[in-house]
Design a protein around this ligand. Structure first.
Ligand SMILES: O=C(O)/C=C(\C=C(/O)C(=O)O)C(=O)O
Length: 306
């Protein structure tokens, strides 16, 4: 167990525990990354951080160790618009991985077709300042309109305080929208406060908006071990994730976010992250929607059955 440190942030947790929570058959980890390996898939010169290498083989081994059947792999900003590592992992997965790519408006139709053939089903728009220099909104609108024709959706990553200014842009997108990490709520504020109320309004008023109830380790102030000694991790994030699961049971997704880029305070044991799921999805029905039905409908619709 434990972690080593390369570059400017912690490496992923080596030797994760086997979860005590039994994932339902067909469970899908709907947010993770592959990084490099750098000598085969070089990191983008314009990146704002250099990750540790995190290969498809290591991702698939973790998938099997935790008990997932499929993965959705999300392009990391450290690879920018070079989706080769993502495509390589999806193609190597025997249909068990789908991808979310990053593209510029100059992407050709042939490139989009190749991405689709590899298993890509969406693009990611990132509004986190420490990760990227933003693309112009008109570029993003054009990309969204083009990928909508492929049946793809748009994954958005932003910080809660930026939702008001991004509201008009987000609510004008023509596709399904999947929000990364609940829009990073400030969990020191009340779950019934005005800040999270805006996010709830986003999902209540726009039925095409989904959210990943992920990354408690990025927003929690109580940290990996509750200060109250309950031994439940990230207790301050549970009310936010649970509210979304219970109010929007058909529009939530979950994933480990392995290999957890840019974490500095600690590195979560992925097995313990899986054990967090029953705290936010307290019934078998909610767990099955979160982990199987919803991601299957969005990423493997052709498979019909779960
Ligand atoms: O892995 C995550 O989803 C979160 C982060 C990084 C990225 O998403 C990325 O570089 O693409 C972060 O918050 O640093």
């Amino acid at each position: 167990g434990g972690f080593t440190k390369t570059g400017d942030w912690l490496d992923w947790y080596d030797g994760p525990t086997r979860p005590s929570f039994k994932l339902p058959p067909g469970a899908i980890g709907a947010h993770c990354h592959v990084f490099g390996p750098g000598e085969k898939f070089p990191y983008a010169p314009e990146r704002k951080y250099t990750p540790c290498d995190a290969s498809k083989e290591q991702l698939f081994a973790l998938r099997d160790h935790l008990g997932f059947t499929r993965n959705v792999i999300v392009q990391g900003t450290c690879h920018s618009v070079d989706n080769r590592a993502l495509m390589d992992a999806c193609l190597a997965s025997n249909g068990r991985a789908r991808g979310i790519a990053t593209v510029r408006r100059t992407v050709t139709n042939e490139e989009l077709q190749a991405l689709h053939k590899a298993g890509v089903r969406g693009v990611r728009f990132n509004f986190v300042k420490r990760l990227v220099d933003f693309m112009p909104k008109e570029d993003l609108r054009e990309i969204a309109a083009r990928v909508a024709k492929l049946g793809w959706h748009v994954v958005i990553y932003f910080e809660a305080e930026d939702l008001p200014e991004l509201w008009d842009f987000f609510t004008s997108l023509p596709t399904t929208i999947v929000v990364d990490h609940m829009g990073r709520p400030d969990v020191s504020k009340s779950v019934d406060g005005p800040e999270f109320a805006l996010f709830l309004k986003f999902m209540r008023d726009y039925k095409n908006v989904w959210s990943k109830v992920t990354c408690p380790e990025r927003t929690s102030k109580t940290g990996p071990r509750a200060l109250n000694g309950e031994e439940v991790a990230y207790t301050d994030v549970i009310p936010f994730a649970r509210r979304l699961v219970e109010e929007f049971p058909d529009r939530v997704l979950w994933g480990t976010d392995w290999p957890h880029p840019n974490l500095k305070s600690h590195m979560p044991d992925d097995g313990l992250l899986v054990d967090w799921i029953p705290h936010i999805a307290p019934t078998e029905e909610l767990q099955y929607k979160l982990l199987v039905e919803n991601p299957m409908r969005l990423y493997w619709p052709e498979s019909g059955q779960d």
